[in-house]
Design a protein around this ligand. Structure first.
Ligand SMILES: *Cc1c(COP(=O)(O)O)cnc(C)c1O
Length: 503
């Protein structure tokens, strides 16, 4: 008698501690052999600035950014070959319009789509044109991303932040990224005439990739309706946000991801997006606006002005600064990004990396976000003589380069400033180092190795040097440009590579 299926099933019905990844490698890139001394020299040449360090010298943990760093799927690579490079109306353009409609519900009869080479160019278009129609306006948000804020402020408008107090606290709130509706409501009651639109960022990047609930999006929409104000999304991580809605917001747990995405976008009058995140692409961005929205009624020339601006700075509207090949990549990326297999492995990997760090005693921000894990630098250096003005986050990221690991300081240095009157340092509320996980790129083992290295430095935190900016301390956006020297702290009198800490 043959083995019965149910018998086999019973035999194999055992809980596994490791699930397989939902993909296999289709290409690999071997790391270049590289010695400790070679990295030491390159890091010194780079002024210990992670952005200036050659990526070829990294090994298994380039967690500088999740933006544009996605590994493409075979579907994307083959679509890329089919992309055509015509100046006008390339074939990918029509596929992209169709895909945007399928993903976001942006039917071209009802929506105007503007393509840009990346997200900030879309933000620049929106806010520069709004700024000239509505100077000195105010844009409320749940925590504007840095380029969004910069584009609002560069156009003589004000960016105001209505993030939840929980966002900056150790709180288990499942939707820490939500808009604070009480404060937004109070603000709109006084200032609604100065507000051309309200914008919610999903997930809330500035707050650590924390999600926004669908209930909060609905409530924001209602509030905007009461005050007759258009509602927009900064939608860079829309799919990750939808996953958190599915898994944390009971009411929507049974809905498929594409349906949740539709519901999210049905609530808004427009959105900006960088396809370098949840477009699973290496390039691209867009601005989409509902043609009959209040925004277009209030600023009847806005769409024309945006179109002219796009042609002026990006190119013909049918490619908008994106190559025909990259357009094809985005089309495929938008199909993959809402699948169960992709999202589960994506979010699981980030959560699992967060647990690796937590288990190793590294102070991290919780709950973990969708695309990155953030190390709390102040708590990391607790009990040592290092002060915020010693820029321990910079030292940490600098030393990790020597192990072929790259993280990004987003704290005392990146968001700090020199007071022009007193010359003293001014620090932001939070002092963080970000480990952003590129999509479809690393394996568990790579991340375990990153966690081990961070743990080694955490155990030796009292011996870590301080970072002294020797160039760029006063410059705007200084973290991209600055150079540092690493100097011994009183407790690390002779700073040298830590014993046992060799390549
Ligand atoms: C990345 C990002 C942007 C800007 O997009 P780019 O493609 O990097 O220009 C805007 N908003 C958020 C929330 C982002 O994460």
């Amino acid at each position: 008698m043959k083995l019965h299926q149910t018998t086999a099933e019973r035999l194999l019905n055992v809980p596994l501690s490791h699930a397989p990844r939902s993909y296999v490698n289709a290409f690999v890139r071997f790391h270049h052999p590289c010695t400790f001394s070679e990295r030491w020299k390159a890091a010194e040449d780079a002024g210990w600035n992670v952005f200036q360090f050659p990526s070829e010298m990294l090994r298994g943990g380039d967690l500088l950014s999740d933006s544009g760093t996605t590994t493409l799927t075979l579907e994307q690579l083959s679509a890329m070959l089919l992309g055509d490079q015509a100046y006008g109306s390339n074939r990918g353009y029509f596929q992209l319009l169709k895909q945007l409609e399928e993903t976001f519900g942006t039917h071209t009869d009802a929506w105007e789509i503007f393509l840009f080479h990346q997200g900030r160019a879309a933000e620049h278009a929106l806010f520069s044109q709004l700024g000239s129609c509505a100077p000195h306006a105010v844009i409320p948000g749940n925590g504007h991303f840095d380029t969004t804020r910069a584009n609002i402020e560069a156009n003589a408008m004000e960016a105001v932040d209505f993030s939840l107090p929980e966002l900056r606290e150790a709180s288990p709130h499942p939707f820490k990224g939500n808009m604070d509706l009480v404060r937004l409501g109070a603000f709109l009651s006084e200032r609604s005439r100065d507000v051309p639109l309200v914008s919610t960022t999903i997930t809330n990047n500035t707050g650590g990739g924390q999600p926004v609930s669908l209930a909060n999006l609905h409530a924001t929409r209602r509030l905007c309706d009461q005050h007759r104000i258009p509602f927009f999304l900064d939608a860079c991580r829309f799919a990750e946000n939808a996953w958190f809605i599915r898994t944390r917001e009971q009411e929507y747990g049974a809905l498929p991801i594409p349906e949740i995405v539709h519901r999210m976008f049905s609530l808004v009058d427009g959105f900006t997006i960088s396809f370098k995140k949840d477009g699973l692409s290496n390039m691209g961005g867009a601005l989409a606006i509902r043609k009959n929205s209040l925004l277009c009624q209030r600023f009847p020339n806005l769409l024309h002005r945006l179109r002219d601006h796009q042609i002026l700075v990006e190119g013909h509207p049918t490619y908008g600064g994106i190559t025909g090949r990259d357009i094809m990549v985005i089309v495929q990326g938008l199909k993959t990004v809402v699948t169960e297999e992709y999202l589960r492995s994506r979010i699981d990997q980030v959560q699992s990396f967060g647990r690796m760090l937590r288990e190793r005693g590294i102070p991290v921000i919780e709950p973990f976000g969708g695309h990155a894990i953030y190390i709390d630098v102040d708590r990391f250096f607790e009990g040592t003589s290092l002060r915020r003005s010693d820029f321990g986050g910079i030292s940490l990221t600098a030393l990790l380069l020597l192990k072929g690991i790259r993280l990004c300081e987003l704290g005392a240095f990146a968001f700090g400033k020199v007071d022009p009157n007193t010359g003293e340092d001014r620090f932001p509320p939070q002092n963080l180092v970000r480990c952003a996980i590129p999509r479809n790129t690393y394996e568990q083992q790579d991340l375990l190795s990153v966690a081990d290295c961070i743990q080694a430095l955490h155990e030796r935190r009292a011996q870590l040097p301080r970072a002294v900016p020797v160039y760029g301390r006063e410059l705007p956006l200084r973290h991209f440009k600055a150079r540092f020297e690493l100097l011994p702290t009183p407790s690390s009198p002779t700073f040298a590579p830590v014993p046992g800490y060799v390549s």
